[in-house]
Write a protein that binds this ligand. Structure first.
Ligand code: 4NP
Length: 168
């Protein structure tokens, strides 16, 4: 299939969006679909450019067997609106920022992560100023959302191929 690149966006690109990227990649790899759904993450702010994810995100990911320590923070850039089909914001403030900077004619779909994945208009809360439990809560919200995304994509794939009995 034509690859369907997905970008996760938060404020700093060190807490929520790298975790979302790691979870989503892990799920698509488990399905052998990582080349169909290439993924990345970015921040709307630039304070942490070049830095690895926050140690608490790395720890929580590791608790679930996912290594995100090699990711590096970057800022969203104009070319992202051409490279990615789907750009998912972690909270409404991130989404407004994306909508403000998106070129008028972008073909990318911009949406709130929870709204797109789960049909719930809720923010993934910024865990930066809290403790590890906040990161665990974020992980579980992201896990539910990513699972739903992957299920949705696979269902769409099956319907395109006219075969709902098998996704392969
Ligand atoms: P993130 O969390 O947007 O999930 O990466 C934050 C990281 C850093 C800051 C804010 C939020 N900060 O203000 O530096």
């Amino acid at each position: 299939m034509t690859p369907f690149p997905v970008l996760f966006v938060c404020l700093g690109n060190i807490c929520r969006s790298p975790l979302a990227e790691g979870i989503f990649r892990d799920m698509t790899m488990q399905n052998g679909r990582e080349h169909d759904y290439p993924t990345d993450s970015a921040g709307t702010g630039g304070w942490h450019i070049g830095y690895p994810p926050d140690a608490r995100s790395v720890q929580v990911a590791r608790e679930h067997g996912i290594d995100i320590s090699d990711l590096r923070a970057r800022r969203i850039e104009a070319s992202d609106f051409e490279r990615f089909e789907l750009i998912l914001a972690m909270d409404r403030s991130n989404l407004r920022h994306l909508q403000d900077m998106a070129p008028r004619q972008t073909a990318a779909t911009l949406a709130l992560f929870s709204a797109y994945a789960l049909g719930q208009e809720i923010d993934i809360p910024d865990p930066y100023y809290g403790g590890i439990e906040g990161f665990r809560d974020v992980y579980s919200m992201l896990f539910s959302g990513c699972r739903s995304l992957v299920t949705k994509f696979e269902a769409e794939r099956a319907s395109w191929s006219g075969n709902t009995s098998s996704v392969r």
